[in-house]
Design a protein around this ligand. Structure first.
Ligand code: MEV
Length: 328
C-alpha cells in the first residue's frame, strides 16, 4: 500500500480571474485529503470512500465512471468526485506507461467537496502521488502539479487554472499567473473559515463568468480589476499589513459578487465576519455556496459565524507549509 496526503487551500485573492491569466494567491491550509492505493492484479479501478462529505460510497468499474454508484448523496458531487479520480488514474497510467494498471483506491478527506477549499485538487494530487508510487514511479512536485492540472483541465472541460493543483502539490502560499507558478513568503495569517454546508459546481460557475466576460466589456474589465487588486495585494502581503489585506479581500468579494459567483449565504457570512470586526472577508474558490475566508486574530468572527443561521461550521485554518506528504 502507498498512501499520500495533500492539503486544501483558500484563495487570499484572485479566483476566477486566474482562469484568464490574471495572478492569484492561494494559500494551502492544514485540512487534508489522504489517498491510499494498492495495485490490483487486473485492470479494474475500485474506489472506496467514507469521508468525502458523502454518506460513504464504494464503486467498482473497469473502464470509466459511466455507471453512477448507487448511493445516498448529491449525484453531481459524486459524479464530480468520480470524474476526478478516474482522470487522475488515467494520468498515472500514462506517466508510468502502464495502460492496464488497476488499483484499489481509498480516499479519506477532511475537506468538504465543492466548497471552495480545493477538495478536488487535494484528492487528485494525493491520488496521483500514491498511485504512481504504487507503480514504482516517484514524481517531483512540479511534474505532480502538472499531471494534477491536466486532470482538472480534462474534468472541467478545458477551464481550469494551475492555481489549486500547484498550491496543493507544493503547500504554503503561492502566486500563479498563467503558467508561471511560484511559492511566496507569507506572514502567519489568522484565517477563519465559515462553511454554509453547501457546494458550488465549479465548471458551471467558471462557464457563467466566461459568458459574462464574452457578453460585456465591463465584465472583462472586472476580471482585469481583480488582477490589479491581486498585484496590489502581493505588496501588502509582503509588508504583512492585515488591515489593508482585509480591505482588498472585501473589494475582491465585491468584484466576485458582480461576476455572479456569490450567494446569499456566502454574502451573509461575509457580512457577519465584517460586522464582528474581521480585517476583511470574501468567498473562496469557485463560489455559488461553500466557504468564506475571513482574517481575524480575535475570537469575534468565529463567535459571530457560530451563531449565524445558515453557517454550518466555522474553524480556524493554519497555513500548511507542506504540500504532498508521503505517508506510506
Ligand atoms: C476554483 O477553486 C478556482 C477557480 O479559479 C477555477 C480555477 O482556477 O481552475 C474558480
Amino acid at each position: 500500500m502507498t498512501r499520500s496526503s495533500a492539503p486544501g487551500k483558500v484563495y487570499l485573492f484572485g479566483e476566477h480571474a486566474v482562469v484568464y491569466g490574471e495572478p492569484a494567491v492561494p494559500c494551502a491550509i492544514e485540512r487534508r485529503a489522504r489517498v491510499g492505493v494498492e495495485r490490483r492484479s487486473d485492470a479494474t479501478l475500485r474506489v472506496h470512500s467514507d469521508e468525502l462529505s458523502l454518506d460513504g460510497f464504494t464503486v467498482e468499474y473497469s473502464g470509466s465512471t459511466a455507471g453512477t454508484p448507487d448511493i445516498d448523496a448529491d449525484e453531481s458531487l459524486v459524479n464530480a468526485a468520480m470524474g476526478y479520480v478516474d482522470e487522475a488514474i488515467a494520468q498515472v497510467r500514462e506517466v508510468a506507461g502502464e495502460t492496464d494498471a488497476g488499483f484499489d483506491v481509498t480516499i479519506e478527506s477532511d475537506i468538504p467537496l465543492g466548497a471552495g477549499l480545493g477538495s478536488s485538487a487535494a484528492v487528485v494530487v494525493a491520488a496521483i502521488d500514491a498511485a504512481t508510487r504504487a507503480l514504482g514511479v516517484e514524481l517531483e512536485p512540479a511534474e505532480l502539479a502538472e499531471r494534477a492540472y491536466r486532470t482538472e483541465l480534462a474534468v472541467q472541460d478545458g477551464q481550469a487554472s494551475r492555481a489549486d493543483t500547484f498550491c496543493s502539490a507544493t503547500g504554503g502560499a503561492v502566486r500563479v499567473e498563467g503558467d508561471d507558478c511560484r511559492s511566496i513568503e507569507a506572514p502567519d495569517l489568522p484565517f477563519v473559515i465559515g462553511f454554509d454546508g453547501g457546494a458550488g459546481d465549479t465548471g458551471a460557475l467558471v462557464s457563467g463568468v466566461r459568458s459574462l466576460r464574452d457578453e460585456y466589456d465591463f465584465a472583462a474589465d472586472t476580471i482585469g480589476s481583480i488582477g490589479d487588486l491581486v498585484r496590489r495585494g502581493e505588496t501588502v502581503l509582503e509588508a504583512g499589513e492585515l488591515d489593508e489585506l482585509g480591505d482588498l479581500m472585501d473589494f475582491n468579494h465585491g468584484l466576485l459578487a458582480a461576476l455572479g459567483v456569490s450567494s446569499r449565504s456566502l454574502d451573509n457570512m461575509v457580512w457577519a465576519a465584517r460586522t464582528a470586526g474581521a480585517h476583511g472577508a470574501k468567498l473562496t474558490g469557485a463560489g455559488g455556496g461553500g466557504c468564506i475566508v475571513a482574517l481575524d486574530p480575535t475570537p469575534e468572527t468565529e463567535t459571530a459565524l457560530r451563531y449565524l443561521p445558515g453557517c454550518e461550521s466555522v474553524f480556524r485554518a493554519e497555513l500548511a507549509e507542506d504540500g504532498v506528504r508521503r505517508l506510506e
